[in-house]
Ligand binder design. Structure first.
Ligand SMILES: *[C@@H]1O[C@H](CO)[C@@H](O)[C@H](O)[C@H]1NC(C)=O
Ligand SMILES: [Mn+2]
Length: 482
């Protein structure tokens, strides 16, 4: 008797609390509570669709698609199911699948103007992608745009009041001046933007896919996670931890751009420091340093708006030269995403990855850029739908096989800016506080001091930025679903 009456109540309570969490942007908590509600009653399409929404917010698009599909199975007339799945497909760049979902949405709600508008926008986007695919060249046939640019021929007229590079080398005075200009939302002259990107290109191209970093005893080294175009928070990191220099070296662990609307400022600043201190500024590729992501998540539009179409090609090319992994003093392994779908991967295999390409959809390079840790042992499917999830046993074996002591990775927003998992053998570090102006998380960076390399983690809150919303330069279509 008791259990009969309490069961439904528990379900309702869990669902109500879950909804409260959703409204408060507490998405992980919402997922836990909806999971409880679903366990008690799996035939309520709303629970599945709402959990899909929470997964979408956490960029777990693979899980979002699974949940939305369940919502549709439970109630094929529930339009939200198609809507949620369409949005998740879009977020993954699967436009054709998204189009099918929006067509079904329109069929279910023929008189809803919003559904019609979304379908129309989706059709336009699919047309545009088809057109771009038709005119685009294969990776292998693509010519270097960098080789066609001679920045020295570009005149800088006398009226230009921004930062100038006198001569061939980027100087500290120039970088400081440029950062001040950026802070005031002034862009630099294209001549200097070219110079920075082309010089960074030469340096990155000469680096191996796995970079060994040596930190001398008594010296320290700082690792930052995702910045995602949050320029004002990047400046804050430099306020708190000092500007990069030979005495204060940094590794930025990928996802410099996209989402935040100051990605051009972030990437030019990081590249300028790379030019200034090639041995004190390390940059690793993230999954967002790629054409496909930049097209969807804002960087491409921002570059067209602040620089030019040629820079879109140039950045895409230079991103392919970013190294994939760093090893600090032979002990600390640093990658953007995580570890691998097979055991026994040796550092030499990573060294020999041919990385000068757009990220593939499987294999070591894909997994380095996309994987996430999971609490349970073994391996599982990725919540994102790309790469995989790996457990503490996988981390432990990888470290043992390569005589390493710690994995540092980024790629996932964490409330405290960092998270320690896998018995202390793996640290996630994320440096974009209040991610997308809505997640309410802290940012963090890690300082390692040789010889112990004990991680000293510092956290920080978001600072204000000018009133330009995240994704402001993404096309209307993507913004519609934010
Ligand atoms: C589960 O949810 C569905 C849909 O809301 C409802 O019709 C059904 O009665 C619920 N089952 C139980 C056991 O509460
Ligand atoms: Mn990432």
């Amino acid at each position: 008797m008791g259990s009969l009456s309490i069961g439904p109540w528990c379900t309702v309570m869990a669902a109500v609390l879950a909804l409260v969490s959703l409204i408060a942007n507490k998405f992980s908590q919402a997922i836990e509570l909806y999971s409880e509600a679903i366990e008690l009653n799996g035939s309520n399409a709303v629970y599945w669709a709402n959990r899909a929404f929470a997964h979408t917010k956490l960029e777990e698009y693979g899980s979002a698609i699974n949940d939305a599909t369940k919502a549709i199975e439970v109630d094929p007339r529930y339009s939200k199911g198609y809507y949620r799945r369409g949005v998740a497909h879009l977020a993954m760049g699967k436009f054709k699948e998204a189009l099918k979902d929006f067509q079904q949405l329109k069929r279910l709600c023929p008189n809803d103007p919003d559904a019609s508008r979304k379908l129309k926008e989706c059709e336009k986007a699919v047309q545009k992608i088809k057109f771009e695919e038709a005119i685009s060249v294969q990776d292998s046939e693509r010519r270097s745009v960098a080789d066609t640019i001679d920045y020295k021929c570009i005149e800088v007229d006398a009226q230009y009041t921004g930062a100038r590079i006198e001569g061939d080398a980027v100087t500290l005075d120039f970088v400081k001046h440029m950062m001040e200009d950026f802070k005031k939302q002034k862009c630099i002259h294209k001549r200097y933007a070219y110079q920075i990107v082309l010089q960074a290109r030469e340096l990155l191209k000469a680096m191996p896919s796995l970079v060994d970093v040596a930190v001398p005893d008594g010296h320290h080294f700082t690792i930052c996670g995702d910045v995602h175009g949050q320029y004002y928070d990047l400046l804050n990191i430099f306020e708190l931890n000092g500007l990069p220099s030979e005495e204060n070296p940094y590794l930025f662990n990928g996802d410099f751009v996209d989402r935040g609307s100051f990605s051009v400022e972030v990437i030019l600043t990081l590249f300028a420091f790379k030019c200034l201190y090639p041995n004190a500024m390390y940059l690793a590729r993230g999954n967002h340093e790629s054409r496909g992501m930049n097209k969807i998540y804002g960087f491409e539009g921002e570059v067209r708006s602040k620089l030019s179409d040629i820079f879109v090609e140039l950045f895409a090319e230079v991103f392919c030269y970013l190294p994939l992994a760093h090893v600090i003093n032979g002990k600390v392994f640093v990658v953007h995403g995580g570890l691998f779908s097979t055991d026994g991967v040796k550092l030499d295999e990573i060294r020999s990855i041919d990385r000068f390409r757009e990220p593939p959809e499987e294999g070591l390079m894909c997994e380095i850029l996309w994987s996430d840790p999971q609490p349970q042992p073994g391996r599982g499917p990725s919540k994102r739908g790309v790469g995989l999830s790996f457990g503490g046993d996988v981390t432990k074996r990888f470290l043992e096989d390569n005589s390493l002591s710690l994995v540092v990775r980024s790629h996932e927003v964490k409330d405290e800016g960092y998270e320690i998992d896998h018995d202390g053998k793996l640290i996630t570090v994320f440096s974009a506080p209040n991610y997308c102006d809505q997640m309410g998380n802290k940012g963090a960076y890690i300082r390692l001091t040789a010889p112990e390399l004990k991680p000293d983690i510092k956290t920080f809150a978001a600072v204000p930025h000018p009133d330009v919303k995240p994704m402001a330069y993404a096309n209307n279509f993507m913004r519609m679903f934010q």
